[in-house]
Structure formats: C-alpha cells, structure tokens
Design a protein around this ligand. Sequence first.
Ligand code: GAL
Length: 414
Amino acid sequence: MKTFMQAILAGTALCLMAGPGLAQDKPKAEVMHWWTSGGEAAAIKTFAQAYQKAGGVWVDDATAGGENSRAAAINRMIGGNPPTAAQFNTGKQFDDLVSQGLIRPIEDLAEKGGWKDKMPPSLVAAASRDGKLYALPIDVHGQNWTFYSKDVLAKAGIDKLPDNWDDLIPALQKIKQAGFTPLALGGQPWQEHVLFNSILLSVGGKDLYLKVYRDKDEKAVRSDGFRKAVEVFGKLRGLVDAGSPGRNWNDATNLLITDKAAIQVMGDWAKGEFTNAGKTPGKDYGCTIGLADKMLMVGGDVFVFPKVDDPAKKKAQDLLAETMISPEAQIAFNRAKGSMPIRSDVDTSSFDACAQKGLKLLHDKDRQVPVFDILISASLVGAVDDVLTQFWNNPDAKPDAVVNGFVDAFQMYG
Ligand code: GAL
C-alpha cells in the first residue's frame, strides 16, 4: 500500500512539474461582479469561456446585489488585496477609486485596440477621467424598458399596451380587477428609482429629465411635469402585489415569465431572464422602450482594473480586457445578457426584436438620455433613492414630499 501511495504522489509531482500550459503558468483573472440571476450567470459564463479559450484561468467572484458587490470590490482595493477586475455601472461609482490612484488607466489598451471610436461617445466619456479611459464599458443597457405578458393583457381584455401613462394606469387597474398583478416590482430603492426615472422621462420628456438630473434645476423639480411624474409614480403604489417589498428584480421578471403579472419597468437585463427561460420577444412577451419606443435611457456596465505591480497580473488584465471587448465575446455576452454590444462594428443581425428597437435609438443621439448614474454622484443617487423609497412605502405621502426631497438632496449633494 505504501509503495502504491508513493507512486501516486510521485506521479502527481511529475504532472505539476510537467511544464508549460498548466494552470499556474496561465494568466489568472479573479473577476468580481454581481451577476447572479439565471440570465446574468449565463451571460458572464460566456466571458469566462472566452477567457479560458484565450488561454486564461477565470476565477469567478460573484456577490448578489450591485451595492454589495461594489462595496466588496472597493474594500478589497482599499485593503490592498485587489481582484484582477471588478464590475461597476458606467458612471460615477468608481470616482473615489480613481482619485485615490487605485485604478489602472487602460488608455494604452484602448489605443492599441482602436476601441473608443467604436463605442457610444456618452459611455466613453462616462468611463473616462481627464480624457483617459479608466474603465472598460462592455455592454449598453437600456434602463427604461417596459416588458409585458401578452397572455395577462389578453386575459384581462387589454388589446394593446397603452403608449402613455394616462391610459396605462386605468388599464393596470382593469388588470387588477381581472385577478392579475398589474405591476411586477421588487420593492428595493434601486428598482423604485428605475421605475420613477422611466416615468419622468415618459411624462416629462428629455428636456425635463436633463434639467432635473444634469442641471439639478430647482425650477424643473418644482415644475408641473415633475409633479405629474410623481403623481403617476404614487398611483402605482396600489398596483403591486403583497410580495413586492424586498423582492429581487429577477423574481419580479419571473412573475411575467409565468404570466402572473402584466408589466415590469426595468432595464433590458430583464430580457436576459426571458432568454434564459427560452422565451422569444414578440411571441411570448412584449417589450417597449418607455411606453412608446421614443426615447432610450442609456447606461451599462464597465469593468475596472485595479493598479497592480506584478507584471503577470497586469498581463492577465490585458488579456481579460481584450477578450471581453472582442467582437465574438461581445455577441455571445450581450445576446445572453439582454443588452446591446458596446462596439458599433459588431454584427447584430442575430440579436432579437427588442434589441433591434434599442439599437435604432442608440444610433440616434437625439433619441436618448444617459442614466442618472452618469449624471449625478453616487452620494446623490443614494439621497434620491431615500426620497423615492420613503414616498413609495408611505401610501399617504403627497407629491410635495418628493419635490422638496429632491430640492434638499440637490442642495446637499448636487
Ligand atoms: C445593473 C447592471 C445590470 C444588471 C442589473 C441587475 O446595475 O447594469 O448589468 O445586471 O444591475 O443586477
């Protein structure tokens, strides 16, 4: 027996010393992200597979919930034990990390790859500091989609999803009377702000949305258009189900997939859940941008690459960035994720009918606005979330609570 074990151990030792091509020689990337739903996991898996195919070793470090994942990544970097890469939203969430010198600029890689002129200028700008790229955008997510169950609408006698909120509210009330959940929502502050911002853009239009979030204009916040958006948001408080508080966004999407709820207002990452469930847009469910396919709220995701001294770690980062931005990886990842490719030179003919609508608006600078994560600081996002979630959770709260809350938040963090 002893001889047998000695032979096994010797054989193992030989394998480990066998030379090139083994795991310890390959570039290794520990990637921190929050993509834990069915669709998200299927999407990030395509990146992992592409990295392995390119000769890398992928170490997946997923944390559920954007806020949790970002906090974990920031702690790792501040603590001097950074991952190879970490996910953030395109925008201002990683500003402090850049100002503390903890993030590596990737302008060199971008120049070598000619990436920037193939990306939407608004997202390049949102990922750049002092003219240099400090984060790699890897998708374009529209954030103001309205997904709907064709089955629930039909059973409730709604022939067509109304293209404005004045008509949609009574339709949702009719759906409630028919015994279905009108609005599928996870009662979490970020989901409530996705809903409110989509209503603000639909009801107030591009100018008002930009005057509020880009200009922090008090007159705009005190305008009739803003108040109208708050009133619509308030009416929806009675059109969610009892299970809404605290529900994860993808569980809300599942209420549509299983034809229990009528609509969900959410980013097109929700489409990744339909795709993962084998559902086809137009056939199994519907999608509109806003309510009338007029104006796209453009955001997305980036990966930041912490500054590292070890040349092997830097090489692993280079390979990871070049792999994720490659046309092949962009097609596989974004089709699974529900998003649109960040590169304009990618063949999108295989993307679904919803993505085709999104791409049309994405290529028209007059038909889009940035998500508010690009326009306001992370602290102001938090303050706005507090105002909206307090209003959402208090059925007696009046619109003035939101109007005054926004004015105060802008004065404090604007
Ligand atoms: C967003 C992110 C998406 C999506 C969503 C839900 O912030 O941009 O990629 O996955 O969170 O987790």
